[in-house]
Design a protein around this ligand. Structure first.
Ligand code: GAL
Length: 698
């Protein structure tokens, strides 16, 4: 309570200073320059993407008033505004931007400044056509949309560096600018001749010699042997797996250096307190997000439902994935205010659903939620997209729901400050593994993310908290680690897993694990490759399935769909937990899940894609065996619960996505942060939210 009061006082004094400044303005007195020190922004931030360049300056005050009333405390400004910032080469116009930022600041609204490089202006592409990206069919992208630039082009990087550094010189010490967003949603790449030459240089650097590359890619196959680096193509169709994976690594490194070019430009002038991020896209897999996130201070993603309704598993897993990029709290940099304009049917989220979705993000570790966008431009490609105010400039119905969240964020912020999710369970995800399976699904319905989610879904229900991290991070903090499809298993990842088990960890390998080397070549030993000795067992053969096949054993009678692997054990230490029932003859009676105790730890290999019921039993057994406790305790179906831990307290965020009201009995009395009372149970209507705080037991 004291903390809350302190925060309210700090915020009040800041607001009063800001209001006083506003009064000076309206009474025509001289404008006091922006203060150089400001209170920190509220710990839980509500924001919106604001495009002041699309509106007359005389309108800004009204917009900012409406934002302030909704407790919106940050705007994301500047991305896509290159043609307004630099209407002709070298002719910089930042005055409008400075006025927008400062005016927002006077409303208690901070700014995240976007570099505008996802939308190069027409003069630029006209003068420097070499900066346009080349499509896989050889045609050049054209002006008139966005993302027409080539991420690997030296001239484009020079121009991007230039605009970013001019922005940083002007705004790197602006007290209202709290951070930077580089570009927007990295996605499309280029297939031009220079990029191909750069890829060949990258390969030279990675492989050293052609002999090494030829050996590791087995290029004697189909006479692919290269005698000169310049013979190596960019493969856009299924092709040599080593080449495909290398191209993706090159793409990832090139996004990283594209981003680093702008980070360096900004860092040269910006105050260290300003963070740098970019807005990623959840499970989008165009590049290795762990690589690109390395140079960022903060991970952020754009969370869109599109057609349909909020799905806590799909959404929550993307939150957890994003949290894993920096292994700390993250931001939702864009989310939909009701509906989008790009799905098959752009239905609105139901009344209350937007708020529940935002709180669910917060539960998963989001410290900011920002709506895209504040107001639709009168023209431009996205006229039908949801916004918080209409084309007429007055609030749409959803504005009031967002304003309610704004009040709640202010109330709950101090309790949520310095808290973050920590799980006892980790799921390992790697982009090379995802790509490797995806390029050669072998069963067209085999989606590696769906397979990962089959574990995630049940573990979320049981443990109520799951981290998603890459296989090379330290794992000792976890009681249970699941690697659902670690198809490409590098030596360093294998060593990390062996270390984890030898320290008493419980490791579970799913289908297709340990099949490939880091060159996407088959391991010269059966799956799971370098982990065979630890398992004292291996995969004898894999089968793509037309229909689910029966399995039975410790977890009852279940099925495996899409894929089945026959396992074998090579020591009596390794126990068979499940076997296949009668199906194609090959599988009949053969081991399907095996496990081995290793000291205090264990390794388990699951050769099946369990149906939901089987997965429930399997994960219950794993939780029990590894001592994983649920973060909260039993909740009715449809209620999502998330925990964020601080030094002295834990905050639980409960959201009800069931179609009717649900009562949750709390494991012990807790402080209801939004209602301001101690409660021992809460009743949540559909889309109801409860934020509960519990003192940590000493
Ligand atoms: C995002 C993009 C935004 C806006 C939004 C519409 O992908 O970053 O600029 O276009 O989609 O849903």
């Amino acid at each position: 309570m004291k903390k809350l009061l302190r925060h309210v006082l700090v915020t009040l004094s800041a607001t009063m200073a800001i209001l006083a400044l506003g009064t000076c303005l309206s009474s025509g007195q001289a404008v006091t320059p922006a203060p150089t020190t400001l209170p920190s922004p509220p710990p839980l931030l509500l924001g919106t993407a604001w495009y002041p360049e699309q509106w007359p300056e005389s309108r800004w005050e009204t917009d900012l008033d409406l934002m302030q009333k909704a407790n919106i405390h940050f705007v994301r400004v500047g991305e896509f505004a290159w043609s307004t910032m630099e209407p002709a080469e070298g002719d910089y116009h930042f005055g409008w931007l400075e006025r927008a930022i400062d005016e927002a600041g006077r409303h208690g609204i901070y700014t995240v400044l976007g570099t505008p490089t996802a939308a190069p202006p027409a003069w630029l592409t006209q003068k420097y056509p070499e900066t346009l990206r080349t499509l896989p069919n050889g045609r050049k992208a054209e002006h008139g949309n966005r993302q027409q630039f080539n991420w690997d082009n030296a001239k484009y990087r020079e121009l991007a560096h230039d605009i970013a550094s001019h922005m940083a010189q002007r705004f790197g010490h602006n007290p209202y600018v709290i951070g930077w967003q580089i570009d927007n949603e990295y996605a499309v790449v280029s297939y031009d001749a220079q990029t191909r030459a750069n890829f060949q240089d990258w390969l030279k650097n990675y492989y050293g010699t052609l002999a090494n590359l030829n050996a590791r890619w087995t290029t004697s196959y189909w006479s692919q042997t290269y005698s000169n680096w310049n013979q190596i193509p960019i493969e856009t169709k299924p092709g040599n797996p080593g080449l495909l994976l290398s191209w993706k690594r090159f793409v990832s490194d090139t996004w990283r250096s594209y981003q680093k070019n702008q980070i360096d430009a900004i860092r040269q002038y910006a105050a260290p307190r300003q963070f740098i991020t970019t807005n990623m896209m959840g499970w989008f897999n165009g590049y290795d997000h762990y690589v690109v996130a390395k140079d960022l201070n903060l991970a952020a993603w754009d969370d869109y439902v599109g057609q349909g309704h909020f799905n806590p598993i799909k959404n929550g897993s993307a939150d957890d994935l994003t949290r894993g990029f920096k292994q700390k709290n993250f931001w939702v940099m864009e989310t939909q205010p009701g509906h989008v304009d790009w799905a098959g049917i752009n239905n609105d989220l139901n009344k209350g659903e937007v708020r529940a979705m935002a709180w669910d993000n917060v539960g998963h570790g989001a410290d900011a939620i920002s709506y895209w966008q504040w107001r639709s431009a009168l023209n431009g490609q996205e006229q039908y997209h949801g916004a918080l105010i209409g084309a007429d400039g007055t609030p749409v119905p959803l504005y009031y729901e967002v304003a309610q969240m704004g009040r709640e964020f202010m109330r709950a912020g101090p309790t949520l400050a310095h808290t973050s999710p920590h799980s006892q369970v980790a799921i390992l995800h790697s982009y090379p593994s995802f790509w490797a399976i995806n390029w050669q699904r072998q069963n067209k319905n085999y989606d590696p993310i769906e397979e990962l989610l089959s574990y995630y879904k049940r573990l979320r229900e049981l443990a109520q908290s799951v981290d998603i991290v890459q296989p090379t991070v330290p794992l000792d903090q976890y009681k249970l680690v699941i690697a659902p499809g670690l198809n490409v298993l590098s030596q360093s990842a294998a060593r990390n897993l062996i270390l984890y088990v030898s320290h008493g960890g419980n490791l579970v390998l799913g289908q297709r694990s340990g099949m490939k080397t880091s060159d996407n070549a088959l391991q010269p030993e059966r799956q799971p490759g370098p982990l065979v000795p630890l398992l004292d067992g291996r995969v004898e053969q894999y089968y793509a399935l037309l229909h689910p096949v029966p399995i039975n054993g410790q977890f009852g009678d279940n099925t495996s769909k899409l894929w089945a692997e026959i396992l074998s054990t090579s020591s009596p230490d390794t126990k068979v937990l499940e076997r296949y029932g009668k199906s194609n003859g090959w599988l009949d009676g053969k081991p399907a899940i095996i496990t081995r105790k290793v000291g205090k730890g264990s390794i388990t290999y699951v050769g099946v894609w369990m149906d939901d019921a089987g997965m429930k039993k399997l994960t219950e057994w794993l939780m029990q065996k590894s001592g994983v406790q649920p973060a909260f305790g039993p909740v009715p179906a449809g209620v999502d619960v998330n925990a964020r831990y601080g030094n002295n307290h834990t905050v639980f965020v409960l959201t009800n996505f069931a179609s009717d009201s649900q009562t949750v009995k709390l494991p012990e009395p807790m402080w209801d942060v939004l209602d301001g009372a101690t409660v021992s149970s809460v009743t949540l209507p559909q889309y109801g939210v409860s934020v509960l705080s519990e003192k940590t037991k000493q």
